[in-house]
Design a protein around this ligand. Structure first.
Ligand SMILES: *Cc1c(COP(=O)(O)O)cnc(C)c1O
Length: 330
């Protein structure tokens, strides 16, 4: 039985073409700046996204942390959504390792943050307070694409109040495909962006941090102290380049599969709370995950179930998941 794995878009296997590109990659010691494939990937993505420079990281967690540390000194503060990955799912690394105080604010149902709440959270210049330096947004956030109007207003607010603004764009290509916009459009105005190659794009590892040249030079120092200075890592950069050449446009298929799955689950009487980009959220009745497991469909357990479509889930697999769900009886 083929296992259909809907736990995350991180579970994808490198394709034959990607493995060939990895095997053929020209490499060098990247700590010395000698890896031609890493250098090519960094230059390519910086240009694609409209930034001066880019730096490869093994993971998005490390890219975000080095990214925050390159904006904020010890005792500075960053404003961030309660649901944001950097705040909630990275062990509080900004505070633990970066000595950066987070100021979390509630995310609204569409993933945005109330602009008046952001403005009110900015601390005055007074020795009682941490220095508010940075606003961090995330796009997509739990599958939701940030509305363009919100992003424009948040950028304007940050500029007016002299805050830098970081974007955790782990799945920014999903947002770009969903909005039918080039990726540089969604990066414009941000001081830094972090882009994952190992989510929907299907590379085995790799995240790029983008920003101005002096900022990326600071991030390179932080990457080293965080243990992320790697050697012949062009093997992984080759996978990233391959993913960017072959797996961006096809994200539309993942979005169509998620929409189809959500519509059919709703039709079958399930409480589907939302479907956006490549994620479907639903209330899982007791025993539903186990029922799917016996039919070869893997999901993360939990009451609020997240079903994620990706490179290794074909349209036919979605039909199988739908019929597996239809046979479920409470
Ligand atoms: C996955 C993810 C990260 C972190 O990436 P890892 O490579 O798993 O460390 C950061 N932000 C968001 C929004 C993510 O989904």
């Amino acid at each position: 039985m083929k296992i259909i794995d809907l736990r995350s878009d991180t579970v994808t296997q490198p394709t034959q073409g990607m493995r060939r590109a990895m095997a053929d990659a020209e490499v060098g010691d990247d700590v010395f700046g000698d890896d031609p494939t890493i250098n090519r990937l960094q230059t390519f993505v910086a240009e694609l996204c409209g930034f001066e420079a880019a730096l490869w990281f093994p993971t998005g967690t490390q890219s975000n942390l080095a990214g925050l540390m390159s904006h904020c000194d010890r005792g500075d503060e960053y404003i961030v959504g309660q649901e944001a990955h950097t705040y909630r799912f990275e062990q509080g690394g900004a505070a633990v390792l970066g000595s950066i105080q987070p100021q979390p604010l509630n995310n609204l149902p569409d993933g945005t943050i109330d602009l008046a709440a952001i403005e009110a959270a900015i601390k005055p210049d007074d020795p009682h307070f941490a220095r508010t330096r940075l606003l961090a947004l995330e796009n997509t956030i739990s599958g939701r694409v940030l509305p363009k109007k919100f992003v424009a207003a948040a950028l304007a607010l940050a500029h007016r109040r002299h805050l830098n603004i970081h974007l955790d764009g782990a799945r920014l290509f999903n947002a770009a495909i969903a909005q039918n916009k080039p990726i540089d459009d969604l990066c414009r105005g941000f001081d830094s962006v972090s882009l994952c190659l190992s989510k929907g794009l299907g590379a085995p590892a790799g995240t790029l941090l983008l920003g101005p040249r002096d900022y990326i030079a600071r991030a390179k120092r932080h990457r080293k102290i965080l243990g992320g200075g790697m050697r012949q890592v062009g093997i992984l950069a080759a996978a990233g380049l391959y993913a960017l050449q072959h797996h961006v446009e096809r994200l539309a298929e993942d979005h169509a599969n998620a929409a189809h799955l959500a519509a059919e689950l709703k039709e079958a009487g399930f409480n589907v709370t939302s479907a956006q980009t490549n994620m479907v959220f639903m209330q899982a009745p007791e025993g539903f995950a186990a029922h799917l497991a016996t039919r070869g469909v893997k999901v993360l357990p939990g009451e609020n179930l997240r079903l994620v479509t990706h490179l290794d889930v074909a349209e036919g697999d979605i039909l199988h998941v739908i019929s597996a769900a239809q046979t479920f009886k409470t």
